[in-house]
Write a protein that binds this ligand. Structure first.
Ligand code: ATP
Ligand code: MG
Ligand code: ZN
Length: 153
């Protein structure tokens, strides 16, 4: 049997699966339903509280073509690509190991592409706490009004 890392096997797949973060998941769902998705979201909290999981559910909920609004179907091609980590529209960057000015420049070069299959392209900047705030701003500012880009920290 193929080995699947535990954190992937048990990663919550719907907003309802995310335990103890109802306020957050409801806010995110409402934003999708009301077409008021912001261009950046900052998730902060202790390790293993669901930040990455929520970000990935959110990416699916926004880009999914079949689910009811605010709920990813988790079965369409777009959802499946995101769940397998194969979607070109969801890029994960670990800020802990990519935090030089040069890395941020590369990031700026790569985030500007249009989405490949979904409505929006997501950049998940993990461990953003490792970036100096100036660098974080440098990385966000130019894209404030670009609707197809979404950053999740
Ligand atoms: N709120 C939650 N509800 C259900 N399961 C959770 C929740 N938070 C974490 N888990 C479990 O822990 C695993 C890791 O969670 P996740 O990667 O989303 O945490 P994180 O907040 O991004 O942590 P880190 O700060 O280390 O990046 C998930 O795959 C899931 O099994
Ligand atoms: Mg995480
Ligand atoms: Zn779907």
């Amino acid at each position: 049997m193929a080995y699947v890392a535990l954190y992937r096997k048990w990663r919550p797949k719907t907003f309802e699966d995310v335990v103890g973060q109802r306020q957050i998941t409801e806010t995110l769902q409402k934003a999708i339903i009301m077409d008021k998705v912001a261009h950046a979201y900052l998730f902060s909290g202790p390790r293993g509280t669901g930040k990455t999981s929520t970000a990935k559910i959110f990416a699916r909920a926004v880009n999914c073509e079949q689910g009811t609004k605010g709920h990813p179907c988790n079965t369409c091609e777009i959802c499946r690509h995101i769940m397998r980590g194969e979607s070109l529209d969801v890029v994960e960057i670990d800020a802990a190991s990519n935090r030089s000015i040069e890395d941020i420049r590369t990031l700026r070069e790569t985030v500007k592409f249009m989405p490949a299959e979904g409505k929006k392209r997501f950049t998940l900047l993990m461990k953003y706490i490792c970036l100096r705030s100036k660098r974080l701003m440098l990385c966000l500012k130019p894209w404030k009004n670009r609707r197809h880009m979404l950053f999740l920290f």
